[in-house]
Design a binder for this molecule. Structure first.
Ligand SMILES: Cc1ncc(COP(=O)(O)O)c(C=O)c1O
Length: 390
């Protein structure tokens, strides 16, 4: 216990000391695709050091020349243990299929569970790739906007029920939800499952952000009409390693059956080795990062509370904040103005729904997974801009 809390304190000190110049040397999207004077709070990458368990697994695989086509047995077994120990969800390795990444798994699931022209429910604001997948597959978007209530974002069960009654064949669930940071409760999942069952539809549950949620009920524990896709890549911040696991239930086993062998080999040996290590024992990294994210979330909360023009239903997990800046005086394209004048890169809300959405236009997605000092610099720059426009 003492050992792990001192390791956590060391990691926190390392993060506090992160230097912008070092981060700027990264070749990942977050830091690699912006101008030299811009600070990034956009794409979902964290600035934190990689968990040593992942680094060691990748180095060991490369050192052994372990670079042929992968066998995913150790990876799926490690996930099955994780699901049982952390989520009290019993899944057998036979239910698990390795896939290239989470989006590839979602695409395969929708391809099998729905037909061209079918409606698919997406809860907006939504991670934009879901909209692109529907377009690519020729499925019809059945948009169900979340309700923006005084206590936070909620699913609109009437709208979901209407969409299913109108013929939608699947629901894409993002759990925890990107961009709002909602962790759907057991009661909400149970209500959703009842509606989906009543109409003989299916749920594809994207649980990529789940490892960061302390208190989490997997959708697969609630309903057999589902396929879950998850990965270590967001929780442990190794998106570039690729690799994910698709979990089918007996009712949805045809999704796995339709995935050809070559699509099961699209991750690499190093990525699956890192994944197996992280699902098994990450040396306390995730717990330490969760604690650090609580600090940056609190820092952002404090800043928002001092800005009457900004509204935020504090996220329940993770590092993404869905900020309503419609009354902040930044005009119709706030992310563009912040980039232009405060030199901070944000994700524009308008990408998170089809055009003209009351839950997306005029919002921004802010990624606070950086050090407290860098976060303060970004918030300081945006604060100066807000002071100048109000
Ligand atoms: C909800 C969600 N799903 C999927 C992805 C992408 O996952 P992958 O790179 O494994 O396809 C992201 C990336 O940010 C995400 O936030």
């Amino acid at each position: 216990m003492a050992r792990s809390s001192s390791a956590s304190a060391r990691l926190h000190a390392e993060i506090d000391a992160l230097r912008e110049a070092d981060l700027r040397r990264r070749r990942t999207l977050k830091w690699g695709a912006i101008d030299a004077d811009v600070l990034p709070a956009w794409v979902a990458e964290m600035d934190y050091p990689v968990a040593p368990a992942a680094t060691e697994a990748v180095i060991a695989a490369v050192a052994k020349g372990d670079l042929g086509y992968p066998v995913a047995r150790a990876y799926v077994e490690a996930f099955a243990r994780w699901a049982w120990e952390r989520q009290q969800w019993r899944v057998e390795p036979a239910q698990l299929t390795p896939v290239a990444d989470v989006l590839a798994g979602i695409e395969s699931a929708l391809h099998t569970l729905t037909a061209p022209g079918d409606g698919v429910v997406v809860l907006t604001p939504t991670y934009p790739a879901f909209l692109r997948i529907l377009k690519k597959l020729g499925r019809r978007l059945s948009e169900c906007a979340l309700l923006d209530g005084p206590d936070g974002w909620r699913m609109d069960f009437d709208a979901i029920s209407d969409a299913l009654a109108g013929g939608a064949k699947a629901v894409v669930l993002c759990h925890p939800h990107n961009p709002t940071g909602r962790v759907w409760s057991r009661a909400e999942l149970t209500t959703l499952a009842g509606l989906v069952d009543a109409h003989g539809a299916h749920v594809v549950s994207d649980e990529i952000h789940a490892p960061l949620a302390a208190d989490f009920v997997p959708y697969g524990l609630i309903a057999g009409h589902s396929v879950t896709v998850t990965s270590v890549t967001k929780g442990w911040n190794v998106a570039g390693l690729k690799g994910a696991v698709l979990v089918c239930q007996p009712e949805t086993a045809r999704v796995a059956a339709a995935i050809p062998p070559h699509e099961r080999q699209r991750a690499s040996v190093p990525s699956l080795a890192a994944g197996a290590a992280l699902w098994s024992d990450d040396g306390g990294w995730l717990a330490a990062i969760r604690d650090y994210l609580a600090l940056t979330r609190a820092e952002l909360r404090k800043w928002v509370d001092d800005r009457p023009g900004i509204r935020w239903h504090t996220a329940e997990t993770g590092y993404l904040a869905w900020l309503d800046v419609r009354d902040a005086g930044l005009g119709p394209d706030p992310a563009e103005v912040v980039l232009d004048r405060a030199r901070v890169a944000l994700d524009p809300g308008s990408r998170y729904a089809p055009t003209g959405s009351a839950v997306a236009d005029g919002f921004i997605r802010f990624n606070h997974a950086t050090s407290v000092p860098l976060l303060r610099t970004m918030l300081g720059r945006i604060g100066d801009l807000l002071d100048s426009v109000q």
